[in-house]
Design a protein around this ligand. Structure first.
Ligand SMILES: Nc1ncnc2c1ncn2[C@@H]1O[C@H](COP(=O)(O)OP(=O)(O)O)[C@@H](O)[C@H]1O
Ligand SMILES: [Mg+2]
Length: 362
């Protein structure tokens, strides 16, 4: 395909319209603001900060959009050049009610490949991955060990450089997105500093970003509350269970309000009862915060339960074998939903995808 890429169309669109070029889709305006504010000392952080919390007095998403962009929902990758030029003209009529437009993808990967050069020869970790993730989606990646799931997440996080294909994160390259602090990363191990209290662990990114102490304190309290750890702020990590430690690391990943959350088998090391509990909590958190989540797992029920879509990958080099749409389960998902025929059908389809990729021997 040789047509223009959506992200570049969106960027060009804004330039033509004479506004500050911003590759963000509408949902990202607040995040971009937050980043800039953090760099400038955080003075305006609370105004441009989390729009997803229902705490009293905090502005919600529509109010967080930069006032310089009165109609951000009209930014669309599909917007034509002619349509963009038309934006220069002041409207002569009352604008129609907002119409639904496809949101710019948070992740757009085309033909993404990554080969690690090693002493034993090249290791082809990813091959020709095509994927677009829309804002607010919860996308799980499932596949056998070594199929490139972590590599894919690390490419999004700009911790690895793809050796082929294209990747944009929130409409810009992965490096620009990383510098803009567009994502929070939750690793399989909670990776908390044992000499810091839970509150000070969560505060760490905020300290690095230079937020003032009062803002840090307020955010830490808010995010510990969100992951139900309010009473544990002054404990040390070793005084908490594994599940609680992982919740603290989720709070740390969320506290600077990234719109994208990358989670690499965050509950893989936990027992099933704790995992069930955390799955239900994560789903609730996702519904409250409207984050986009990329989530790596080995568990079929976990993937189906949490996701809007499950990406099934083949053994190395990781390719996408199937993408299973789980939206039929709705957004409210009690744990008992896992007993329903629809849930079992979706799990079966994921299992078949894994078998088709020769990845599952059950
Ligand atoms: N830094 C690296 N150098 C060389 N090979 C690597 C590196 N990181 C991962 N690999 C290899 O790439 C493949 C994919 O790894 P990974 O993305 O970690 O898989 P997964 O997360 O699906 O288990 C594996 O075969 C792994 O050994
Ligand atoms: Mg991995």
């Amino acid at each position: 395909m040789t047509g223009p890429r959506p992200a570049s169309v969106a960027t060009r669109t804004l330039r033509i319209a004479g506004r500050t070029p911003s590759p963000f889709g509408p949902a990202y305006a607040a995040g971009a603001d937050g980043t800039e504010n953090a760099r400038s000392g955080g003075a305006k952080m609370s105004g441009g900060g989390p729009a997803f919390l229902s705490s009293p007095g905090r502005p919600r998403l529509p109010d967080d959009r930069p006032s310089a962009d009165p109609k951000p929902t009209e930014r669309s990758p599909a917007m034509s050049r002619a349509g963009a030029l038309a934006l220069k003209q002041p409207p002569e009529f009352e604008p129609a009610a907002p119409r639904p437009v496809p949101a710019a993808p948070v992740i757009a990967a085309r033909g993404l490949s990554l080969t690690y050069p090693t002493a034993d020869g090249p290791v082809h970790a990813l091959s020709d991955v095509d994927l677009a993730v829309a804002p607010g989606e919860f996308v799980s990646f499932i596949g056998p060990s070594g199929c490139g799931k972590t590599t894919l997440l690390r490419c999004v996080a700009d911790l690895e450089r793809p050796t082929g294909g294209e990747l944009t994160v929130n409409g810009v390259g992965a490096e620009a997105a990383r510098l803009r602090r567009d994502y929070g990363f939750v690793f399989q191990a909670p990776a908390l500093y044992p000499w810091r209290t839970i509150a000070r662990n969560v505060a760490l990114p905020l300290e690095i970003f230079g937020l003032p102490r009062a803002e840090r304190r307020e955010r830490v309290a808010r995010y510990l509350d969100l992951v139900q750890l309010s009473g544990f702020a002054n404990k040390f990590p070793w005084q908490l269970s594994g599940g609680m430690q992982q919740r603290a690391s989720i709070a740390r990943a969320l506290c600077f309000d990234p719109k994208l959350l990358l989670m690499d088998e965050p509950f893989g090391a936990l027992d099933e009862i704790v995992r069930d509990h955390l799955n239900a909590q994560l789903l609730e958190l996702w519904r409250k915060t409207a984050k986009t989540v990329l989530f790596v797992t080995h568990s079929i029920p976990e993937a189906v339960y949490l996701s809007t879509r499950v990406v099934v990958m083949s053994p190395r080099p990781g390719r996408i074998v199937d993408i299973v749409d789980c939206t039929a389960l709705g957004r409210e998902r009690p744990l008992e939903i896992r007993e329903t025929p629809e849930f079992l059908r979706l799990g079966q389809r994921v299992r078949e995808g894994l078998r088709a990729g020769h990845a599952y021997d059950a």
